[in-house]
Design a protein around this ligand. Structure first.
Ligand SMILES: C[S@@+](CC[C@H](N)C(=O)[O-])C[C@H]1O[C@@H](n2cnc3c(N)ncnc32)[C@H](O)[C@@H]1O
Length: 464
């Protein structure tokens, strides 16, 4: 995957002034898109060090007067190679954890980058680049934008916030690598290394430039939408999400509210390890005490869905092989939330149920002021769907930790009773006809929940 010349030129331009004595590294040079861009800007070839694990382009790079080193840039990092460069620039390989390279070098990479807990090579290249920079040096990479939001990169984001000023994040065109048959969602990230406790306040007040997704390379210089926000704002969301377009009142909602866990608490479920043997249709075993209603499917159904399966829980001893988490209030009345679903989907869970650890999570209201009906309305509202699936986790998986990290605001009596009434109506009707059309009630719930939260947090005062 070669970086198109206009993008390489733009990235190099974001490094700012490059003094004659500065040392510059491209740690994964490939055919040298960034070498060309640097030379075009008048950088002297002897300022540049080009590294690649692959010898292929040595000749063409050396012909330009640039030093080429064949080396694994990730594995060759030692404390002796820290603080060596004034600038680091490049397009690191993505290489997921399933790639041969990552699998083969798992142990050694873990030793160097383990604390970051990111398993993609590009995330390790970010850490690698920062370490190789001297304090005050600048790095500009084009990478996948997934590090900005995905939970598994939370430690990487913490590392960046702790060690750098984020100068700029530009969401590059989605079509950038189309002609090379690669479908990506790239981001250009420009950082200045700024390590040390004494610079903590500088990092917090530092202003970042965030450029919304540009449609083509022509837009880099004059993007349609960009914002300047203090770096401290990236500390506000759970998992330190690097957002690009969240309304300020939603940030306040996260910042100034309790977390859901304090009011509505969830638990992962059990697993039989042999579902063919221990799970049966509920209708076949309904009168048998040894079998309990069991919820084991996810999906987008909301409010109510009949429980159709049962799990064997006969003896005092759980049959061998069951994975059975401790201290879970199985059997209590509550809510079940799909673990795999395109949207946040919460349903009423009657007394006596158990649930499977893969596709469902049991939730219980632990706040005596809140009813199951209100909780169902809140979790199924479009606002909460946006918070959970649009902000905290954009994948199809819904994780317990994401739901616990949602904000929770105690509703006023009017909001609470209006939502409860609408939810009761939906649940009652869905019990009778599974296909009950509740779109009009849902619209009302969406409006009530949104207006209540907006009114509380959308003020004109500036965020600090
Ligand atoms: C996405 S290409 C980028 C090439 C070039 N920088 C550009 O933008 O056109 C990534 C390059 O990283 C190299 N590479 C992969 N793993 C590496 C590693 N561990 N150390 C150094 N280079 C590596 C590959 O050989 C490839 O040339």
């Amino acid at each position: 995957m070669t970086t198109p010349p206009n993008t390489a030129d733009y990235i190099v331009s974001r490094l700012g002034y490059i003094p004659r004595d500065a040392r510059i590294l491209d740690p994964c040079v490939g055919p040298g898109a960034f070498i060309k861009a640097l030379l075009n800007r008048g950088v002297d070839p002897d300022q540049i060090t080009a590294v690649d694990i692959n010898e292929e382009h040595r000749m063409s790079i050396e012909e330009q007067g640039v030093t080429f080193i064949t080396r694994d840039a990730l594995l060759s990092l030692t404390p002796y190679s820290y603080n060596e460069f004034d600038f680091v620039v490049g397009n690191p390989p993505y290489l997921s954890k399933a790639s041969e390279y990552i699998r083969k070098n798992k142990r050694s990479l873990q030793k160097i980058y383990g604390k970051i807990h990111s398993h993609e090579a590009y995330a390790m290249f970010i850490v690698n680049g920062i370490r190789r920079l001297r304090n005050g040096g600048k790095m500009a990479f084009i990478v996948s934008d997934s590090f900005m939001t995905v939970n598994t990169h939370a430690n990487l984001r913490r590392y960046i916030l702790k060690n750098c000023l984020i100068d700029e994040i530009t969401l590059a065109p989605k079509s950038l690598f189309d002609s090379q048959g690669v479908n990506t969602s790239p981001a250009i990230i420009v950082l200045t290394k700024c390590v040390g406790r004494e610079y903590e306040s500088s990092r917090m007040v530092h202003t970042m430039r965030i450029v919304e997704r540009v449609q083509s390379e022509d837009e880099y210089e004059h993007p349609r939408a960009s914002a300047s926000i203090p770096q401290s704002q990236y500390h506000l969301l759970p998992y330190k999400i690097f957002y690009t377009e969240i309304e300020p009142w939603i940030l306040k909602l996260f910042r100034d509210s309790d977390s859901m866990k304090e009011h509505i608490r969830g638990y992962v479920g059990m697993h039989t390890m042999d579902n063919d043997k221990y799970i049966r249709p509920l209708s076949e075993v309904e009168s048998d005490e040894d079998w309990k209603p069991y919820i084991k499917t996810g999906g987008a159904d909301q409010y109510y869905r009949p429980v159709t399966e049962a799990v064997y829980l006969g003896d005092d001893d759980i049959p061998d092989g069951y994975l059975f988490p401790r201290d879970v209030p199985f059997g209590d009345e509550g809510i079940v939330i799909s673990g795999i679903s395109s949207r946040l989907a919460a349903r009423y869970m009657p007394k006596g149920c158990y649930w499977d650890s893969n596709k469902a999570m049991g939730f219980f209201v632990v706040d005596e002021n809140i009813s199951i009906e209100y909780a169902l309305g809140l979790l199924n509202s479009s606002l909460y769907n946006h918070l959970a699936k649009g902000i905290l986790n954009r994948t199809n998986c819904v994780q317990l930790t994401d739901l616990h990290a949602l904000p929770f605001v105690n509703p006023d009596d009017d909001t609470k009773s209006r939502v409860e009434e609408l939810v009761k109506k939906i649940v009652t009707n869905k019990r009778e006809h599974e296909n009950f059309d509740y779109s009009s009630e849902q619209k009302q719930i969406d409006d009530i929940i949104l207006n209540f939260h907006k009114k509380r947090f959308k003020t004109t005062e500036k965020m600090v």
